[in-house]
Design a protein around this ligand. Structure first.
Ligand code: MSP
Length: 656
């Protein structure tokens, strides 16, 4: 029988900082859902990745003294980077997209062009607020108390040429989608979207920038780069092969079954993304689920607050499965939840060590002790008193499924742990140690009691697999579950385990955590991290990627003489140069070196420039090329030295 396709995604993460436990939460939830769907027999496509363009990354790379590409490569692929983290957390994604992947880049250019050609993207003027020291544009709504959200300083009115997407055209259609269908969940988020964004009037969206370059160039208008959200949202289709030849899964997996996204980016996914798809004439995803945040002491986790929690430290101390389990057992997925080390330790000790761990170790050791590790085939039929437990086991899968289908991970796990709790009570009620005193009379009954306990462990083991893949398999190994009784089908029935099951005692899967000791250790780790206060991921000085010789030879490096030089109005960084490049026509180059050079000291100097780069607009003025300088860091301060040539070298002399 053909498997039903199921397509699920996480947001693609910014590789600007190390990921923390909040990011891990979202990916673990998606992983649990993907594994659950695979268990139920679907053919799953689970996509995650990284969102690598934009001004923020460009700025961070500059601070680190490397190219943006080198910077993101390090955070994505470097040691303890994003790929390492997902490997550690046992994330089973089928695909990983990076928005710098060349197939994605060219697909975005095609998507942008399609929307331009159909009239939904047009050229206009972006009017916004400008923060001079940060050289950043902001919209009115991004300002905090009317000031720059980054540095808190005064902003001024500014304009730049930009492309716009006719979002306003789709306002009614999007509103109907939100209000009349169950596209967006939880439903509480619908009101927020409609009241805060649609009712006040959806404005057209600025979808290109000229004030920085680290983005996907608009191929029919160089100098403009595509707005990061247009680039990022489209990942969900380019990763399937939309407008590219890298993959061929679009017809099988699109529309997505669900996009899991954090609450702060619901707006992009439930308004802008459907409108973009409407413009492209493509089907809409079936659902967007906006999950809550993990908070720390009631507030946001953030690097600037220094309160981020490192998943590496937690996974190393408590185990990956315990951490995964805690995240989904403790917090209702649709709402915010307060993360604390105390809660983590408590969940491990109560649910895992006490309830599940004890049930497993007691059952396995009793089967060992009373039956030499293998249950006899002849077992007493269920006496009436087993009815309740048997019924609980038989109906567990259906109750769990009902919750999983609503992404209610916490409730699905609560259903499993209700049965585990009941089974522990069942041991006390049946007192196997008393039955074992007279094996001749009670042997078959004792075997049945043990069998029922193994069945609880079997069904629970199967249903816990999406949450704790390695430990749940180990539970199933210890109770001697055969392949056929680890399946989704078998989890729906009582009695799938063969009667003569042989158990095999293994390691203590969930050791009790000594809370005081663990908390002290965590405190120490947090202090050590603060002391170290190093960049998140050290960017090693490395050579840049190789370029082939022919490509390099196309670069037109030449000597240029400075005819005039002045500060650019409203910019603290930029100098404007008028240059003689040997062609007889003046060349204008803007360069962000005002911090190191005064205009007057450069007039008359002979510099080195590359002159065949596409023109760029900065602060509304055209820059045709780039001056060459050497950059290094001294006592934490960036230093820059222009490459100044001997005055006797004529303008236009080529570098070879
Ligand atoms: N790059 C965008 C997403 C583009 S999707 C087309 C982005 N990246 S992010 O790295 O900032 O965030 C990725 C996800 O992590 C978001 O869904 C965000 O809500 C989630 N989380 C970040 N901190 C979180 C918590 N403290 N708790 C839960 N989720 C959190 O946004």
């Amino acid at each position: 029988m053909e498997k039903k396709p199921f397509y699920i995604t996480t947001p693609i993460y910014y590789p600007s900082d190390k990921l923390h436990i909040g990011h891990t939460y979202c990916t673990v939830a998606t992983d649990a859902m993907a594994r659950y769907k695979r268990l139920t027999g679907c053919e799953v496509m689970f996509l995650t990745g990284t969102d690598e363009h934009g001004q923020k990354i460009e700025d961070k790379a500059r601070e680190a003294g490397v190219t943006p590409q080198r910077f993101v490569d390090n955070i994505v692929q470097g040691e303890r980077g994003i790929l390492d983290l997902w490997k550690l957390m046992n994330i089973s994604n089928d695909r990983f997209i990076r928005t710098t992947d060349s197939y994605h880049v060219s697909a975005i250019q095609k998507i942008f062009k399609k929307m331009y050609d159909n009239g939904d993207i047009y050229k206009g003027t972006y009017k916004g607020k400008y923060c001079k020291p940060c050289e950043s544009f902001w919209t009115e709504s991004q300002l905090v108390d009317g000031k720059c959200p980054d540095c808190g300083r005064e902003v001024q009115d500014a304009e730049e040429e930009a492309y716009f997407f006719r979002l306003s055209k789709y306002a009614d259609q999007v509103r109907r989608l939100l209000e009349d269908t169950d596209f967006l969940e939880p439903r509480s988020r619908v009101n927020e979207m409609v009241n805060n964004f649609i009712k006040p009037g959806l404005e057209d969206l600025c979808v290109s920038r000229t004030s920085f370059t680290w983005g996907i160039p608009v191929d029919f208008d160089p100098g403009h780069v595509v707005y990061v959200w247009v680039d990022a949202l489209s990942n969900y289709i380019t990763a399937l092969g939309y407008d590219n030849d890298q993959y061929d899964d679009y017809s099988k997996f699109w529309p997505a079954d669900v996009h899991f996204v954090g609450k702060e980016i619901v707006r992009f996914h439930s308004i802008i993304w459907p409108a973009m798809l409407m413009s492209l004439g493509e089907p809409l995803p079936k659902k967007v689920f906006g999950h809550g945040w993990l908070l720390l002491d009631g507030g946001k986790m953030s690097k600037s607050k220094g309160n981020v929690v490192d998943p590496y430290i937690l996974a190393e101390m408590f185990g990956v499965d315990a951490l995964r389990f805690f995240l989904l057992r403790t917090f209702p997925f649709g709402s915010d939840g307060n993360f604390s080390n105390e809660a983590l330790i408590q969940t491990i000790n109560v649910d895992l060590a006490n309830d599940l761990g004890n049930l497993l170790s007691r059952t396995v050791s009793m089967v060992g002790k009373y039956f030499g590790g293998r249950l006899p085939e002849s077992q007493a039929e269920d006496a009436g008193k087993d009815g309740e437990l048997v019924e609980l086991i038989s109906g567990l899968r259906a109750r769990y499924e009902a919750q999983m289908e609503q992404y209610a991970f916490q409730n699905a796990l609560a259903e499993v742990f209700k049965v585990i709790g009941r089974a522990n009570k069942y041991i006390d009620e049946n007192a196997p140690w008393v039955l074992a005193k007279d094996m001749e009379a009670n042997g078959p009954r004792l075997a049945r009691v043990m069998y029922n306990l193994l069945e609880v462990l079997r069904v629970s083991g199967v249903l816990l697999t999406p949450f704790m893949p390695a430990s749940a398999q180990e539970v199933l190994n210890q109770i001697g579950a055969c392949e056929d009784c680890r399946t989704w089908d078998s989890a729906g029935v009582y009695g799938a385990l063969e009667k003569g099951a042989a158990v095999r005692r293994g390691d203590n899967l969930f050791p009790r955590v000594d809370a005081d000791k663990a908390l002290a250790q965590l405190e120490e780790a947090a202090q050590a991290a603060k002391r170290a206060a190093l960049p998140d991921l050290e960017v090693e000085p490395q050579l840049e990627e190789k370029v082939d010789f022919d490509t390099f030879c196309k670069s037109d490096f030449r000597a240029v003489k400075v005819k005039a030089c002045e500060n650019v109005k409203k910019s603290e960084k930029l100098l404007k140069f008028t240059l003689d490049d040997g062609t007889g026509t003046d060349r204008q180059i803007l360069s962000g070196i005002a911090k190191w050079y005064k205009p007057e000291e450069l007039v008359g100097k002979t510099l080195m420039a590359i002159v065949n780069l596409p023109p760029r607009k900065m602060m509304g003025q055209e820059s045709c090329g780039m001056l060459i300088s050497a950059v290094h860091t001294e006592k934490g301060e960036e230093q820059l030295n222009l490459l100044i040539l001997d005055d006797k070298i004529p303008a236009g002399a080529k570098m070879c």
